[in-house]
Design a protein around this ligand. Structure first.
Ligand code: UFG
Length: 339
C-alpha cells in the first residue's frame, strides 16, 4: 500500500535547510507541493537550499528567520498563504542538551509555542511535528508501539516529551487543529543523487557520520560504545531509517491531516534492528574500505536496543519504510565523496 496522493499545498517547512529537512523539502517538491523554508542556519548552511533545487529541478522560497520570532512567523504564514506547517527546526544533540538545557528549552519549547501561537493568529491549523523515539526512554517492549510508556532521560528528550504534551493540549483546545507527531527512529542515508549530505557543524555525535569519517580517513577509528549489551553481538541495536523513507513519511502525514483532527503520534522506522558492528560492516561493503574500530566503554544514557513497531503508520498513513542499511550506506558514501 502506498500513501495516497494529496492535493498540492503551500507548506511552511521550518528547519528545511537541515539534514532531515532538506530531504523532506525534496520529497514535498517532488510530490507537487509548494515549499517555503524557514531556517536560521544554526546547524545548516545555505548550500542545502541550492542542493534541494538541484536535486528536484524545482524552486522553493527561502526565508532566513528564527521560529522564536513571532511577528516574523505570522508574516510568513499569512504572506505566503500557508496551509500546513512541518516543524523541524530544533536543537538535537543529547550531550549538548545536558550542558545547555536553557538553550534547548528556549529553542525547542519556546520555538514550538511561538510557532503554534503564530499559526492560530494566521488561522493555519495543520501541523506535523518532528518528534523522536527518544520519548520512549529505555523501552521495556521492543519493537516499540506508540502506546508504550513515555519518559525522558535528558533535556533534549524532555523537550520532545513536553512538545508532544503541548501539542496534545493544543489540539484539545480547538477542534480546528489537526496535529501529528512523527517519532523518528535513527535517520541515516542521503538523497541518491549524492548532492545532499549530512554536514553537521562540529564533531559528529552519531554513529553513521563517525563511520563515514573513518571510511574517508578523517578519523582513525570508530569508537564502539560497549559490546556487553544483551543484543545479537553485544553492541547497541537501532532501527536505522533511510532519510528518503523518513521524508516520504512526512508527505504521507501531511496528506492525512485534512481527514482528521486532534493529536496523534506515529513511529517512523523499519521495524528491524541493526547493531553497531553490522552497520560498520554495511559501510565497509558500500565504501569498499576497511573501517577500523575500538571497543570502548558504554556511552552514558544509551539503551541496548531501540526498534520501532511501524505497523500503525502503515495501517493509518499507508506509509512504510522501504530502504535498508545497505542502501543507506551506499547513498551516504556517494554523498561523502562528492561533498
Ligand atoms: N555509537 C557508537 N559509536 C559512536 C556513536 C554511536 O558505538 O561513535 C553507538 C551508540 O552507542 C548506539 C548506536 O551507535 O548504540 C547509535 O548511536 P547514535 O548516537 O547514532 O544514535 P542514538 O540512538 O544514540 O540517538 C538517536 C538520535 C537522538 C535520539 C535517540 C533516541 O541521535 O537524537 O536516537 O531516539 F534521542
Amino acid at each position: 500500500m502506498s500513501p495516497k496522493s494529496s492535493p498540492s499545498q503551500r507548506v511552511l517547512l521550518t528547519g528545511g535547510a537541515g539534514y532531515i529537512g532538506s530531504h523532506v523539502a525534496v520529497d514535498l517538491l517532488n510530490a507537487g507541493h509548494e515549499v517555503v523554508v524557514v531556517d536560521n542556519f544554526v546547524n545548516s548552511s545555505s548550500d542545502s537550499i541550492a542542493a534541494i533545487e538541484g536535486a528536484t529541478g524545482k524552486s522553493l522560497t527561502f526565508i532566513e528567520a528564527d521560529v522564536t520570532d513571532r511577528a516574523k512567523m505570522v508574516d510568513v504564514l499569512t504572506g505566503h498563504d500557508i496551509s500546513a506547517v512541518i516543524h523541524m527546526a530544533a536543537l538535537k544533540a543529547v550531550g549538548e542538551s545536558v550542558e545547555k538545557p536553557l538553550s534547548y528549552y528556549a529553542n525547542n519549547i519556546g520555538g514550538l509555542v511561538t510557532l503554534l501561537d503564530a499559526m492560530a493568529e494566521a488561522e493555519v491549523w495543520h501541523f506535523v511535528f518532528s518528534s523522536s523515539a527518544t520519548v520512549y526512554g529505555d523501552a521495556k517492549e521492543v519493537p516499540i508501539p506508540e502506546s508504550a510508556p513515555l519518559s525522558a532521560t535528558n533535556p533534549y528528550g524532555q523537550t520532545k516529551l513536553m512538545a508532544e504534551q503541548i501539542l496534545r493540549d493544543t489540539a484539545i483546545s480547538d477542534d480546528r487543529w489537526s496535529i501529528l507527531a512523527l517519532r523518528y527512529f535513527n535517520p541515516v542515508g542521503a538523497h541518491p543523487s549524492g548532492q545532499i549530505s549530512e554536514a553537521p557543524k562540529g564533531k559528529p555525535n552519531n554513529l553513521m557520520p563517525s563511520v563515514m569519517a573513518a571510511a574517508k580517513g578523517d578519523i582513525d577509528k570508530v569508537l564502539v560504545f560497549g559490546n556487553d549489551y544483551d543484543t545479537v553481538d553485544g553492541t547497541g541495536v537501532r532501527d536505522y531509517i533511510h532519510v528518503m523513507d523518513l521524508a516520504s513519511g512526512h508527505v504521507a502525514a501531511l496528506g492525512s491531516l485534512v481527514d482528521r483532527s486532534g493529536f496523534d503520534a506515529y513511529n517512523l522506522g523499519l521495524g528491524s534492528g541493526v547493531s553497531v558492528l553490522e552497520l560498520i560492516a554495511a559501510a565497509e561493503r558500500a565504501s569498499g574500505r576497511t573501517i577500523a574500530y575500538d571497543i570502548v566503554d558504554r556511552r552514558p544514557g544509551d539503551v541496548a536496543a531501540s526498534v520501532a513497531d511501524p505497523s500503525r503508520a502503515l495501517d493509518e498513513l499507508g506509509w512504510s519504510a522501504k530502504l535498508g542499511v545497505d542502501q543507506a550506506c551506499e547513498d551516504t558514501w556517494r554523498s561523502q565523496k562528492i561533498a
